[in-house]
Design a protein around this ligand. Structure first.
Ligand SMILES: Cc1cc2nc3c(=O)[nH]c(=O)nc-3n(C[C@H](O)[C@H](O)[C@H](O)COP(=O)(O)OP(=O)(O)OC[C@H]3O[C@@H](n4cnc5c(N)ncnc54)[C@H](O)[C@@H]3O)c2cc1C
Length: 468
């Protein structure tokens, strides 16, 4: 009994003492969630912060690259929100978001398919999961198999049947791409979202959101004192003693840091692969289960550059014949192509679905050859497009700092809130806080979800010190 009383007094004194200081906070990762957390802390006068970032740049899965006088996005590209979130609040009055051209064409055998079939295929992608026959099914894959079979049965002609048969892989990859799942048999059907935004950053790049958070845009003179708190090329390899007062952090270059709180923001892919080696003591069993059971998928983008502007706008879909894919089988993962609105000399290809990560392992030369073939087969016959001159491509799944693109809800269940749960030290202090897109209860897999998660975790620390 005496020991219990002593411990209670000890922890009360400890917390009061601790709350008197400007606590030290280490943020692991300078992506959208890490920058959001840091800026919220700074605005609330928590200045003793360090952001440790493994890459040689900030932004994480936001990667805007300057091409000519505008930016292309190798990572997050479209504002996918519903205008009720933190990103929208930040940029709504800046006049930089622009509606995207939503025209689309489906090309098969070098020719555009007719409007009736085109609309049927796209309507299927949008609403296949509403079909009665999917009511008791768990995965997108199961629902696809049933509804695709019905679609074939309803076909009105041999020509339509041939088109539907050819479209099978493309449709599967499309569904996979929308859900980011890479494997539609693993994605929970109920999590499939029809919502797709058509707002883009009009050549400013999604990085603008980072600049707005850091108050570098629109008026650089108002910027927050954040640059000297960001440490690049610092990959965190150990986080020790999270149950204790002081947490010890080590990076791969041998640097060591101490902190009262750590906000951990890496991708779910990184957590899956590295949580055992990073956290000492290990994470609690229910956190590990949440990490294992949550889905993390991938996609690839290839930007194709031309000498001249393309005489085509909007989105293009290419539906392949089997023999078209003999040379470059990975082209089957192409979901769509978008002509860059600010720079119509660039065609942005989006690849998804099963096997998409193979593209990340190919050489630049192989991918370039594949793009020349793609253009010659799908675009040139209809649009008279010349040969591409170069490419720019992504490799998110092979980069050890990401190991994929985005989280999704797997058939094993929804674990976003469990992923977000804070690890508390023995004395009651929030010790390791988890932010990042995968921790958002409903805006997971988006930039606005990541930003809100960073604000949420910073607020937990602020509230802790504001509570008497
Ligand atoms: C190709 C692609 C297209 C996308 N399209 C869209 C879109 O159109 N719209 C949309 O809203 N979202 C999109 N997204 C998703 C969106 O970009 C992400 O959800 C969001 O940027 C994730 O932010 P985050 O802070 O959670 O994680 P991250 O951006 O991954 O930030 C985590 C940071 O941690 C760093 N890190 C990793 N390991 C360590 C370590 N051990 N030590 C230190 N640092 C480490 C990483 O380098 C990274 O900078 C897309 C993503 C990709 C990749």
């Amino acid at each position: 009994m005496l020991i219990f009383a002593f411990l209670t007094i000890y922890f009360a004194v400890y917390l009061t003492e601790c709350k008197k200081q400007n606590p030290s906070i280490v943020i692991v990762g300078a992506g959208a969630s890490g920058i959001a957390a840091a800026t919220k802390l700074l605005k609330n006068n928590y200045t003793n912060i360090k952001i440790l970032e493994a890459e040689d740049r900030i932004g994480g899965r936001i990667k805007s690259v300057k091409v000519g006088d505008s930016y292309v996005d190798l990572g997050g590209e479209f504002y996918d929100g519903s205008k009720d979130d933190a990103v929208w609040e930040m940029v709504k009055d800046l006049g930089i978001l622009k509606d995207r051209n939503v025209d689309y064409k489906i090309i098969s055998d070098g020719q555009e398919i007719d409007d009736e079939n085109k609309e049927k295929l796209i309507a299927y992608v949008i609403s296949f999961q509403d079909e009665e026959e999917c009511r008791n099914l768990r995965s997108i894959g199961e629902c696809f198999e049933k509804t695709y079979a019905s679609l074939l049965q309803r076909s009105k002609s041999d020509k339509e049947t041939r088109l539907l048969e050819k479209s099978r892989i493309w449709l599967k990859n499309f569904l996979s791409f929308i859900g980011m799942s890479t494997n539609i048999n693993d994605q929970l059907l109920k999590s499939y979202s029809k919502q797709s935004s058509s707002l883009h950053w009009n050549g400013h790049g999604y990085k603008t959101v980072l600049d707005v958070m850091m108050q570098k845009y629109p008026d650089i003179t108002k910027q927050l004192p954040i640059d000297d708190k960001i440490f690049l090329n610092k990959r965190v390899i150990h986080i020790k003693g999270w149950k204790n007062d002081t947490i010890k952090i080590k990076t791969d270059d041998g640097s060591r840091y101490k902190a009262d709180h750590v906000i951990f923001t890496t991708s779910l892919g990184v957590l899956k692969a590295k949580h055992e080696s990073i956290f000492h003591p290990p994470l609690p069993a229910n956190k590990i289960a949440a990490i294992k059971n949550s889905g993390f998928g991938s996609l690839a983008k290839v930007f194709v550059f031309f000498e001249h502007e393309l005489d085509v706008r909007g989105t293009l879909h290419c539906v392949w014949n089997k023999q078209d894919l003999k040379l470059f089988n990975w082209l089957k993962n192409l979901v769509f192509l978008i002509v860059d609105e600010r720079n119509p000399k660039i065609l942005n290809g989006f690849y998804g679905g099963k096997g998409v990560t193979l593209i990340d392992t190919l050489s630049d030369e192989e991918v370039f050859k594949g793009q020349k073939y793609l253009v010659s087969k799908c675009l040139t016959p209809k649009f008279n497009v010349s040969e591409p001159i170069k490419i720019l491509r992504t490799s998110w799944s092979t980069n050890t700092n990401f190991l994929g693109v985005n989280s999704y809800v797997s058939v094993k269940g929804r674990y976003n809130e469990k992923l977000a749960e804070t690890l508390v030290a023995t004395g009651g202090k929030p010790s390791i806080l988890f932010a990042g897109e995968a921790t958002h209860p409903y805006y997971y897999s988006t930039v606005h979800g990541a930003v809100e998660s960073g604000y949420r975790e910073a607020k937990k620390i602020i509230d802790f010190y504001n509570t008497p």
